[in-house]
Design a protein around this ligand. Sequence first.
Ligand code: C5P
Length: 299
Amino acid sequence: MSVTVRVPAKVNVQLAVGAARPDGFHDLANVFLAVGLYDEVTVTAADGLRVTCAGPDADQVPLDRTNLAARAALVLAERYGRDADVHIHIAKDIPVAGGMAGGSADGAGALLACDALWGTGASREELLDICAGLGSDVPFSLVGGAALGTGRGEKLTELEVGGSFHWVFAMASRGLSTPAVFREFDRLGEGREIPEPVASQELLDALAKGDVDALAAAVSDSNDLQPAALSLFPELADTLAAGRAAGALATLVSGSGPTTAFLARDAESADVIAGALRASGTCRTVRRAAGPAPGATVV
Ligand code: C5P
């Protein structure tokens, strides 16, 4: 018997970052939007725990117990006093190490799939709690749609979205490590007062109304990690400029990067921006996706 779960990627339409906490994490006001780029995680009963992966970036995915999908299966099995005897197969379409929560998606997907396969009957709260233990972005991968994440990003409040937004994503030629980007954020902020992170009301209103112009105005400069990502990866400025020149209403680094995100007025404009980015030679691949998209779903 097998269970397959489909899980979306995300873009952070706002990422307000506070000062480093004593535990090394940073308090955030993190506005997540799930977008229609998906990984599919299939779990099948097996003799032991095994992870396989297929897709364009599959060679960059760890297949050992550091993979969040394997960790999700182990944590759930431990809680329910059973062995994690499953073959987890990841059909990977979300870019790896791109700031789009691809690893988190696989963690949430494997958790939901194992839960269904084993019939554990875990509550939604319990699944969300396990997700938070796996990583700051994993609860959102389960929930999808749009949400405000506070704390280190794991405490979620679901948000209303009044329409669908068209995005283009440009994947970079190399990855960026999330801890390294946070460290660079700390370094750039040294000696400065870092304000408490707060969600922008203007941005939440723009999402609720489905107003693309208002969202475009609100997302510029909304990612506090963007200067740190650009400092570690200066060439990203060329990608942002190419998308802006092609008519993107707003351009931003997605999360800790290095994927860059471009908000388009409509599907036609997204096609034009995607074509221009492909021709620009400033990125590795280009994808289009609309959001919000549903969270982890058994298919
Ligand atoms: O929670 P997750 O394992 O995804 O976090 C990866 C790393 O990103 C952390 O070890 C930390 O360095 C950094 N991080 C942070 N503050 C957050 C989330 C992540 O400093 N709120």
